[in-house]
Design a binder for this molecule. Structure first.
Ligand SMILES: [Zn+2]
Ligand SMILES: [Zn+2]
Length: 178
């Protein structure tokens, strides 16, 4: 259950251990990734001073994405430590007033109407953590630009005019630089 009613958080805090669904974390409409089964949020939700809420825990999930080089689908594992503060949003208060809070280098989010949707926060975490360039492996050979063969699976005989410059090509077999 990812919807937290702040008034229902007991003094000793609330343990959340929840399997994630795309609906709950609001990523059903994403076309660049999808949430694989088995995603999990384990966290502790505690109330602090002046209605602040502290959420600490861990997000573990796998996202189905497409390799940026070879276009094959693969599962991108994502493990994220979470540590953030929620504050009640005060109507009319300028967010400039929060400057002193950011000095504490905390992630601060706001909640309204005594409700916190951890799903919103998780969606944001996923979008931040997922790299633009997603590779099935660091050594993915990609597609042949001439014939389109997936060079991880098969070799082709195409002659490629100029390979992209690789700064590591010269280092192969030479051992560590002393
Ligand atoms: Zn690939
Ligand atoms: Zn080819």
């Amino acid at each position: 259950m990812l919807l937290i009613d702040v008034t229902q958080i007991p003094p000793e805090g609330l343990e959340v251990d929840s399997a994630l669904t795309a609906g709950e974390i609001h990523v059903e409409g994403e076309d660049s990734f999808r949430l694989e089964e088995g995603g999990r949020l384990v966290c502790r939700v505690e109330k602090g001073d002046s209605d602040s809420v502290h959420v600490r825990g861990r997000l573990d999930c796998r996202l189905g994405v497409e390799c940026s080089r070879c276009l094959e689908p693969f599962a991108y594992p994502l493990a994220q430590e979470l540590d953030l503060f929620y504050l009640p949003r005060v109507p009319g208060l300028d967010s400039e007033e929060d400057a002193e809070l950011s000095d504490r280098e905390l992630v601060v989010a706001y909640y309204e109407a005594a409700r916190i949707d951890l799903g919103d926060m998780l969606r944001e975490q996923l979008l931040l953590a997922l790299p633009m360039k997603r590779l099935c492996s660091e050594s993915c050979a990609g597609l042949c630009p001439v014939c389109g063969t997936n060079r991880n699976l098969a070799a082709c005989t195409c002659v490629i005019a100029s390979e992209p410059f690789s700064p590591f090509a010269n280092l192969i077999g030479k051992g560590p630089v002393s």
